[in-house]
Ligand binder design. Structure first.
Ligand SMILES: *Cc1c(COP(=O)(O)O)cnc(C)c1O
Length: 383
């Protein structure tokens, strides 16, 4: 038998899959065609064809359909990172001479995109608080093309009134984008609120097990055609079929994971709220949060990530974090494991900004809440 045949073709002729309950991983970069006509048709319509995995891949397509439906939208594109999705969506909708408006405390790499990358390509940005919808209008210019929201942000949890701002953006012919990683497509579908492009770091709840990095852009077919043909195919931040398959697996448990994370978060916050060494909790669903009503109006689910300010010196903040046993010290969030990141860790890189030094961001995962509470209690005694 010809070795070329054995290595390249043997056993692969049978493409009709048995009725497996889990879809196969199409771990292939390339797709072949039987006739020149088929190839020509596919090349003329890459958006709807399987030609090459930088464009479409069947495993990834399943995930796209599920996420678009979950977000109550027409289409979704999957990227190899959240910031890949954000960069592609922004760059596909802006060009030299345009102006952008962005909320003032976005995710750090989003801030870098607007503050450092885009000015090099002739795009200027104003950063605006956005806590009140009317904050934005004074910054709008004749050439303002996009408005970028993140609600809530993931350190101090300020929110924007999404439907009002989306309406205003549409009336002024601007494209509205939102980083919706915090509540996700399950907890806060923003497309029905009038947002043009909803973005996610799928590295968080959508993957949910801290084992991959990915991103999602969601919107109308027309908007995603634009992103597909520019930011997606050109920047090439595409996911591997295997990672898409892992996300398909994760999506099956998304509601029960979020439900458990929400319950655990409530238990941990109830404990911390009454603790004498805790000064303040930042959590959108807390009754004493300034934007509590807005949070309830916009989010059907909220949990996992919040922040606490402790009655502690900078060195005591360090002692508190260093002595936690269950909570691991790490960036990111959205997985099974509980995490902390103190503001004092950011200051070494000069990134603390207007975050108080005594703030610790806490992510509550899937562990038993009483174990997590004991861990916090023990560490607070050292403060
Ligand atoms: C993690 C995160 C991102 C970036 O996502 P990656 O998948 O790490 O590229 C963007 N926005 C928010 C709010 C995030 O938490």
């Amino acid at each position: 038998m010809d070795i070329s045949y054995i290595l390249n073709h043997l056993g692969e002729e049978e493409t009709k899959a048995p009725k497996s309950v889990v879809p196969p991983i199409f771990q292939t970069s390339n797709f072949s065609f039987n006739t020149v006509n088929e190839l020509r048709d596919a090349l003329a319509d890459e958006r709807n064809s399987y030609i090459y995995t930088r464009g479409n891949n069947p495993t990834v397509s399943i995930l796209r359909k599920k996420l678009a439906a979950l977000a109550q939208s027409e289409d979704a594109l999957i990227f190899s990172s959240g910031i890949g999705a954000i960069s592609a969506a922004v760059l596909s909708n802006i060009r030299a001479g345009d102006h952008a408006i962005c909320i003032d405390k976005p995710y750090s790499w989003t801030e870098k995109l607007f503050a450092e990358v885009l000015p090099g390509f002739g795009v200027e940005t104003d950063f605006v608080s956005g806590v009140k919808p009317e904050d934005f209008e004074p910054y709008r210019k004749a050439n303002t093309r996009i408005i970028f929201l993140e609600s809530p942000n993931t350190f101090t949890f300020e929110m924007q009134d999404i439907p009002s701002i989306a309406r205003w953006a549409r009336a002024k012919q601007m494209i509205s984008l939102i980083d919706n990683s915090y509540a996700g497509p399950y907890g806060q579908p923003t497309i029905p609120m009038g947002i043009d492009i909803e973005l996610h770091s799928a590295s968080k709840y959508i993957s949910g097990h801290s084992d991959l990095v990915a991103g999602v852009a969601i919107g109308s077919k027309a908007q995603l055609d634009r992103i597909f043909n520019m930011g997606f195919l050109n920047l090439g931040s595409v996911p591997s079929p295997h990672d898409a398959w892992l996300m398909l697996r994760s999506l099956r448990t998304l509601p029960i994971r979020l439900e458990q994370i929400g319950k655990n978060t409530q238990a941990v916050i109830s404990f911390l709220k009454n603790h004498p060494k805790v000064e303040r909790i930042h959590f959108p669903m807390n009754r004493d949060h300034e934007q509590h009503k807005l949070a309830q109006a916009q989010m059907s689910w909220c949990g996992g990530l919040f922040a606490a300010e402790l009655k502690a010196s900078a060195s005591e903040m360090e002692i508190f974090c260093n002595n936690l046993k269950y909570f691991q010290m790490a960036v990111s969030w959205g997985g099974h494991e509980s995490l902390v990141i103190p503001a004092i860790a950011l200051s070494a890189k000069g990134e603390q900004g207007n975050i108080p030094y005594n703030l610790v961001r806490i992510y509550v995962g899937l562990e038993e809440s009483n174990v997590l509470i004991q861990d916090l209690e023990r560490s607070l005694e050292l403060v």
